[in-house]
Design a protein around this ligand. Structure first.
Ligand code: GAL
Length: 380
């Protein structure tokens, strides 16, 4: 029953949205541009009337009296094919990779005629929960959510399921079991094991396979993302596993969390370079932003990448691509923001069109790609 009502509500919301668009209503876009920065609502507030969002007003949406429940089929197509209101929750705007991802999503969704509102979770799950609740109260047609905490997945899934909102999770992957609770939910992202393996391969592809000083082992430091995310866990594990699988001995000199953050990457590398000096042969960074920070520390310590130290990241941020091209990074791995954004929108449209996902088939992966000095030009 709930779903049927939801479908009717979607149709009405879509019609309202379309008329808003026809009137040249660009307010959602404007709100999206400023929404995160301006969102000073305290975590406790429940009020749906956030200034950032401008989906169609909800007074006309069906109520719980069940009278509208007959109409099932056609509206879903309307919503899928002709725009609609989409709420997007990003774990925090201030993340280099998620900024490129957010821009890609915005371009695709707006290009397809959707009205899209982005919210900045500011790395605060309570804040994001409020944002999700507000989107639900505003009866958005679909949600795209980059969770702040993967550990909050159960709660997020229960909330969107209860509201019957088709939802695409991105970037932070819950377990298959968690997702199986709701069949109008799908995850679009990458298999982080692949990126870790590729980082290890980048080191294996160097002339000395990472053993610069020839002592028979690869001595490395690991600068980790937020260890709560599987991306951080898997990249940490699989980068080293690629080396040991190839028969290399390894020595971990340090492992510290840099939370995906450039400044933290710089700080950790600087301290480690002071402490371990020449012993460090490889700096593994779970992402490029931390690698760019580490590079500053490496250069500050008078070391030279690809001569007396190796440095790898993940994401293929523009800055990292430049450093790979200049020889200041050994390599990186493309984390395909555009491909994932396109995949997320495709999955969202499938959900809006009525598709449901069986348990165990709720993760859609986009491939990572190794980036080296040889092929970097293809990505720039
Ligand atoms: C990773 C990405 C990191 C960071 C993180 C956020 O996939 O490589 O740079 O954006 O997601 O969860």
């Amino acid at each position: 029953m709930k779903l049927l009502k939801r479908v009717t509500a979607m149709a009405m919301a879509s019609m309202l949205t379309l008329s808003m668009a026809a009137c040249g209503g660009d307010s959602a876009k404007d709100a999206a541009a400023t929404g995160g920065a301006e969102d000073a609502a305290p975590a406790e507030t429940e009020a749906p009337a956030e200034p950032e969002t401008t989906p169609a007003e909800e007074e006309t949406a069906p109520t719980e009296d069940g009278t509208e429940a007959e109409n099932t089929e056609a509206p879903a197509d309307t919503a899928a094919g002709a725009g609609g209101n989409i709420g997007v929750c990003i774990y925090k705007f201030d993340d280099a990779f998620m900024t490129t991802y957010r821009n890609a999503l915005q371009e695709i969704l707006e290009g397809k005629g959707y009205t899209v509102t982005f919210m900045d979770g500011k790395n605060d799950q309570a804040e994001q929960n409020n944002q999700i609740n507000n989107f639900i109260a505003q009866e958005v047609d679909a949600l795209i959510i980059n969770p702040v905490m993967t550990s909050a997945a159960d709660q997020i899934i229960a909330t969107v399921k209860d509201a019957g909102v088709p939802t695409v999770l991105i970037n932070r992957e819950p377990t298959a079991e968690q997702m199986s609770a709701y069949d109008k939910l799908v995850y679009v992202g990458c298999d982080a094991r692949q990126s870790g393996t590729m980082q290890g391969e980048l080191i294996l592809d160097t002339p000395n396979k990472g053993d610069i000083n020839g002592d028979g082992k690869v001595s490395y430091i690991m600068i980790q993302g937020d260890p709560e995310n599987v991306d951080a866990q898997y990249r940490t594990e699989f980068s080293v596993k690629a080396l040991t699988d190839a028969g290399m001995e390894v020595e971990q000199l340090d492992l510290q969390r840099g939370d995906w953050d450039r400044n933290k990457g710089q700080e950790i590398a600087q301290n480690d370079l002071a402490k371990f000096g020449e012993d460090i042969e490889v700096v593994f960074c779970n992402n490029d932003d931390m690698a760019i920070g580490a590079l500053q520390a490496i250069q500050g310590a008078g070391r030279t990448v690809n001569e007396d130290i190796y440095l790898v990241g993940v994401d293929a941020l523009d800055a990292a691509l430049n450093e790979v091209a200049n020889g200041n990074m050994t390599g990186t791995v493309l984390n395909d923001a555009k491909g994932q954004a396109a995949g997320a929108v495709d999955a969202m449209e499938a959900l809006l069109g009525g598709k449901t996902y069986a348990a165990g088939e709720q993760s859609i992966y986009v491939d990572y790609v190794k980036v080296t000095p040889e092929n970097v030009a293809d990505f720039q």
